[in-house]
Design a protein around this ligand. Structure first.
Ligand code: BGC
Length: 327
């Protein structure tokens, strides 16, 4: 009887041990599946989940940023998700940033559109352990890890020098900026002003915002030209503006205006080729997207980052416009 009893206890213990091991194995598997679903690296798989938040999705400039980021993500085995407002909208951008924080992604890349609104939300991400890299527009007083993009003030100064070079230092200027909410646009305007102020023959007579919309750029440029017929130079500081200004000039039959823009939209390059637009300041959106992903990845590998990574701008005119195709 005793032997039987002991054998039964041993079998029971065996069953319990088997069940316990099975259960432990199952729950560890479940927890790694849950982690994977939450975007964390699974055991040994090392796949990070990054989110890149843009000012406007389906905008040709941001599409180039995406391409560069996507290429780098593939290279480093990173899952990257792109988000952005369909139409320029600060609040929507901030909501997307909040959502990325709530989803506990591994890293965030975001345009630091303006300090006042973005700094507290960027800092919230960092406090929760999510490193943030700003691109295109910096939020330097936030706790972001690094900034990757154009030095916008310097680019504005370069724009000013370009105006001086192409006009010989005299003329009345109308400026269309992308947005009066975006620090990068205001910095470019500042840089431009600083150079213009050093030339008594140049004067900025009006500044309007296009809200990075082609239609608004046309309307604002047309209304500016009607109000100030003395304007003979039009300057645009975002990717969308030069083409709107060109269309307004055409419809008002002002074909002797000097038009200088920003970035490398296909139609901008074509208009430089046929002489309708004088020149453009080309940023490097593809490089910016790629570098941001790489740097965030480097950070996870324990590499220290510097605070700013300024990408160069290039002046494109009819002599070198083809270089713009690859930016
Ligand atoms: C700016 C971006 C902006 C884009 C609009 C670029 O010049 O750097 O901030 O979203 O123009 O088309």
């Amino acid at each position: 009887m005793d032997k039987k009893w002991m054998a039964a206890v041993a079998v029971l213990l065996g069953i319990l041990t088997y069940l316990f091991i099975g259960f432990a194995h199952h729950s560890s598997k479940m927890s790694s599946i849950v982690k994977e679903l939450q975007g964390h690296r699974g055991n040994g798989t090392q796949r990070y989940h990054f989110v890149l938040i843009e000012q406007e999705r389906y905008n040709p400039y941001w599409e180039m940023v995406e391409k560069g980021a996507d290429q780098a993500a593939q290279e480093y085995g990173i899952d990257i998700e792109f988000a952005g407002a369909v139409r320029n909208n600060v609040n929507e951008q901030l909501n997307l940033l909040e959502k990325a924080i709530a989803a506990r992604v591994d890293g965030i890349i975001v345009q630091g559109l303006n300090e006042e609104n973005f700094t507290p939300v960027i800092d919230k991400a960092v406090k929760r352990g999510i490193p943030v890299i700003t691109i295109d527009t910096d939020a330097p007083s936030s706790q972001r890890l690094a900034y990757v993009g154009t030095d916008n003030m310097a680019a504005g100064e370069r724009l000013g020098e370009l105006v001086v070079e192409t006009t010989g230092g005299s003329g009345k200027i109308g400026v269309i900026i992308g947005s009066d909410q975006s620090a990068n646009q205001l910095q470019r305007l500042d840089g431009l002003r600083q150079v213009v102020e050093q030339h008594s023959g140049l004067e900025i007579v009006d500044v309007r915002s296009s809200n990075i919309s082609h239609m608004e750029a046309i309307q604002q440029a047309a209304s500016m030209l009607r109000e100030h017929p003395e304007i003979d130079i039009l300057i645009g500081t975002s990717a969308t503006d030069a083409l709107g200004m060109l269309q307004a000039a055409k419809s008002l039959k002002r074909d002797t205006l000097t038009i200088i823009g920003f970035d490398t939209q296909k139609e901008t390059l074509a208009a430089i080729r046929n002489g309708e637009i004088e020149a453009t300041i080309a940023q490097q959106p593809y490089l910016i997207g790629g570098m941001a992903v790489k740097l965030l990845y480097d950070h996870f590998q324990g590499q220290p980052l510097q605070s700013e990574y300024y990408t160069e701008v290039k002046v494109l005119d009819s002599s070198n416009v083809e270089e713009g195709e690859s930016l």
